[in-house]
Write a protein that binds this ligand. Structure first.
Ligand SMILES: *[C@@H]1O[C@H](CO)[C@@H](O)[C@H](O)[C@H]1NC(C)=O
Length: 298
């Protein structure tokens, strides 16, 4: 048996590699789409956040670095605008949009560059799909981006030379509109650009104060995180769109997300992935939080 395997490795693998490399070049290849749960700002320190989610995001970061993307486009829970806004600075500054943490956290760095050309290209793509969009300058990237990205790419940024662009969420909380935004961005996947949504799969801060930072999961955290997993991982295309719109109407959604901004980024990811299936990479429910992390790929 071992000799058959070694023969297979010696002769079959190069043949297969050649076969696949010649066939895939004629097909349109699309980058995967991701969704990260980002927790709070202490997520950047492995043992002060959620170590399991930290390790999962770090592993996906290595995977993304290996894909050598042309750019990364991210939508975070912490930026909603009436006109979809796209960062367009040559270098990204950081927004320390968190309060009451130790002083040194407001000096943490995560150096990345942007791309005014790509920002203009994205705005044009969105306008072509009938969405209102504009570039903005000097906004910077918020902690919903740089905290999990520091975990994924390291504090010295393995993707220093890869432009990073943040796109705002729409202001309105319609799931259909966030899916539409994702669909309008989807073409970037054919340009070797990676799209990432950053939020939480369950996010109720009021209950977290009552149930304890590391308390056992509240019933809705478990039920909603599971329902989200089913909607994302068992359907694609229009069926998933419908399933995710129904998910939004569930009674436990209002408890899991009293406001929808942490949930909507996964609707953007699902819209960008559209016909590609979602896979659950990691989740855990703690107190009133859900830490689901997903990858969408064909
Ligand atoms: C962006 O950062 C690079 C490297 O740090 C620097 O050389 C360049 O001048 C900066 N560009 C702008 C527009 O700030």
């Amino acid at each position: 048996m071992w000799s058959w395997i070694s023969v297979g490795l010696a002769t079959g693998a190069p043949f297969l590699a050649k076969y696949f490399s010649t066939t895939t070049t004629s097909m349109i290849s699309k980058t995967p789409v991701y969704f990260f749960s980002h927790g709070g700002p202490t997520f950047m320190y492995r043992d002060q956040g959620e170590p399991g989610a930290y390790d999962a995001v770090q592993k996906l970061g290595d995977e993304i670095v290996n894909l050598k993307p042309k750019a990364i486009v991210v939508v975070s829970a912490h930026w909603q605008e009436r006109t979809i806004s796209v960062t367009s600075d040559a270098n990204n500054s950081l927004i320390y949009d968190f309060y009451g943490f130790p002083d040194f956290m407001y000096h943490e760095k995560f150096p990345t560059k942007g791309s005014p050309e790509l920002a203009n290209h994205i705005v044009q793509m969105l306008k072509d799909k009938g969405l209102k969009a504009e570039t903005v300058q000097k906004r910077g990237i918020d902690h919903g981006v740089w905290v999990p990205f520091r975990v994924a790419f390291g504090s010295e940024t393995k993707l220093k030379d890869t432009p990073l662009i943040q796109v705002s969420l729409p202001y309105n909380e319609s799931p259909a509109y966030s899916i539409e935004l994702g669909r309008a961005l989807a073409k970037l996947r054919e340009e070797n650009i990676i799209i990432i949504g950053s939020g939480m799969t369950v996010h109720n801060l009021r209950d977290m104060h009552l149930a304890g930072l590391y308390g056992p999961p509240l019933p809705y955290a478990k039920s909603f995180d599971k329902a989200l997993e089913l909607a994302v991982t068992t359907h694609t295309g229009k069926e998933r769109e419908t399933a995710m719109e129904k998910l939004f109407e569930r009674a436990d959604r209002i408890k899991a997300h009293p406001t929808a901004e942490h949930l909507l980024p996964i609707y953007v990811s699902a819209g960008a992935a559209y016909e590609d299936i979602g896979t659950l990479i990691y989740t855990r429910q703690i107190s009133s939080l859900g830490w689901g992390i997903y990858k969408f790929t064909s």
